[in-house]
Design a protein around this ligand. Structure first.
Ligand code: NAD
Length: 495
């Protein structure tokens, strides 16, 4: 990424170790969501460019990268982690301009965490336990030993979202490379810059050409579709909306690709009256508004036990109204804009649907007044609703904005039923002072990630993924081996 054409950043494709503009010359604009100014130009990959990236990844898989020892590969990943941290300010600036998220959490948490993933997966996969052998007695009295062993899957395509771009992408790239695969990344069209910057870091670290490739573009009729239908891509790891996951499954079916899908959610937060009230309110506020509600793990449905319902809603309102919207680079800013004006349109449509459905708007519900220099940005008010029926669209559909509907409940059985009445099953949060009850409820909730008396504690070694329409497969820690490796059984006759 370089600053050219005045202040415009350039995001070029990175294929076989070299930066390239799209072979058919197409570009599109990259905008800063806080102001909607154009801040970059993205060079869209053509179908021929995607094919070249796949060929480069295949050649590297069968050549340099495949011939490296595991230790050589992992040492390079550690250099990549150091390379990211050495250019921390550039990564932070790129991510803030792409997403509009506040600079402080990007600097303190997101980019360092992404870098840490390269070290962590290198550490974790240095000594993976061999799979247990199985001895078979043969009819003639002889024996055979079955040795299941892991092989890399091959050429992986990573199709990434815009909400936490660099963390989500590193979460795929690090385990893919640590297990010996090569990869082609397609960042979201809205957040192309950190993937592009990572290409420079890969080159500087000495990662061979073709191991890490970046193609820019959109989904249908563009780089996303070209990857999902390419016959020489072995697996697709995708994070994004459930409907996009469905389209990718269909496209990938033609060549029976392996799939890892991290999809949408409509996550329930359950708050019992015996909870630590202050901590639960603070946690519910963060779970509703952090990253402007644009985390698949955010809680857009809160269920609060009736005796504390009114008090809880009032306290949550105070938290929402204390958020400080403003310049993402100002350390005092706690809430940035949404990712784009298009996404704001969708969120505002949902705000209108909630009003039409008869919601009580406790706070928010519209567009805030911003200073003149920010007035063109994708700002929305943090919003809390009450009073809606459980079958309303507001309670059923993922909105992906800074908003929550809060409903009262009376019994444990009732709240478990309400929590599970969704097509999604990504995450849930339970607050209670009764450890037995919290565990009982956690075990009954149909979701891949349950937090008890906390939210967003993510140990990178723990499994991650969704039930139902929130995904397919698990990533995280050694669970990532499920997707990034294939198991072959070698059966050896002994006697
Ligand atoms: P999205 O589905 O619109 O796009 C994600 C990526 O898919 C982008 O790179 C896009 O260009 C590409 N794409 C779109 N259509 C495609 C197609 N037909 N074929 C191939 N690629 C295609 O998602 P988004 O708006 O970027 O992200 C927000 C969504 O992601 C929310 O639904 C959120 O819940 C979900 N999400 C889930 C997780 C998780 O871990 N479960 C994490 C983050 C975000």
């Amino acid at each position: 990424m370089t600053l050219e054409q005045g202040n415009l950043r350039q995001a070029r494709n990175f294929i076989n170790g070299a930066f390239a503009e799209g072979s058919d010359g197409k570009t599109f604009e990259n905008r800063y969501p806080a102001t909607n100014e154009v801040v970059g130009i993205v060079h869209e990959a053509s179908e021929a460019d995607v094919d070249a990236a796949v060929k480069a990844a295949r050649a590297a898989f069968e050549g340099d990268w495949g011939n490296f020892s595991q230790n050589e590969r992992l040492a390079l990943l550690e250099k990549v982690a150091d390379g990211i941290m050495a250019r921390l300010d550039e990564f932070v600036a790129a991510e803030v301009l792409d997403t509009g998220k506040p600079r402080m959490p990007t600097l303190k948490m997101e980019i360092p965490r992404a870098a840490q993933q390269f070290k962590l997966f290198a550490d974790m996969f240095r000594n993976v336990e061999p799979l247990p052998e199985i001895t078979t007695l043969l009819p003639d009295g002889g024996t055979a030993i079955n040795r299941p062993e892991r092989s890399p899957r091959g050429v992986i395509a990573a199709i990434c979202p815009w909400n936490i771009p660099f963390v989500q992408m590193s979460w795929k790239v690090a385990p893919a490379l640590a297990t010996g695969n090569t990869i082609i990344v397609k960042p979201s069209e809205e957040t192309p810059m950190t993937a592009t910057l990572l290409a420079e870091v890969m080159n500087d670290a000495g990662v061979p050409a073709g191991v890490y490739n970046v193609v820019h573009g959109f989904g249908p009729g563009s780089a996303g579709e070209y990857l999902t239908t390419h016959p020489d891509v072995d697996g697709i790891t995708f994070t994004g909306e459930t409907q996009t996951g469905v389209a990718i499954m269909r496209a990938a079916a033609g060549t029976v690709k392996g799939l890892s899908l991290e999809l949408g959610g409509k996550n329930p937060g359950i708050i019992f009256a015996d909870c630590d009230f202050e901590a639960a309110v603070a946690s519910a506020a963060i779970a509703s508004f952090f990253n402007c509600g644009q985390i698949c793990l955010c809680m857009e449905r809160l269920y609060v036990e009736r005796p504390i319902f009114e008090k809880f809603v009032a306290a949550l309102k105070d938290k929402a109204e204390a958020l400080r919207l403003g310049d993402p680079n100002d350390p005092a800013t706690t809430l940035g804009p949404l990712s784009s004006l298009e996404h704001r349109e969708k969120v505002l449509e949902h705000y209108q649907i909630a009003a039409n459905e008869g919601a009580t708007v406790v706070t928010g519900g519209g567009v805030p007044d911003m200073d003149a220099e920010l007035s063109g940005g994708a700002w929305v008010q943090p919003t809390i609703w009450t009073g809606l029926a459980e079958d309303s669209r507001t309670v059923k559909e993922e909105i992906f904005g800074p908003c929550s509907h809060v409903a009262p409940f009376d019994t444990e059985e009732e709240v478990v039923r309400l929590a599970n009445a969704t097509k999604y099953g990504l995450a849930a949060m339970v607050w209670s002072g009764d450890a037995d009850r919290a565990s009982r409820v956690a075990s009954k909730i149909e979701a891949g990630v349950i937090w008890v008396n906390c939210w967003l504690v993510r140990d990178l070694k723990s499994p991650f993924g969704g039930f139902k329409q929130s995904g397919v497969g698990r990533e995280g820690g050694e669970y990532a081996l499920e997707f990034f490796t294939e198991i072959k059984n070698v059966c050896i006759r002994q006697t």
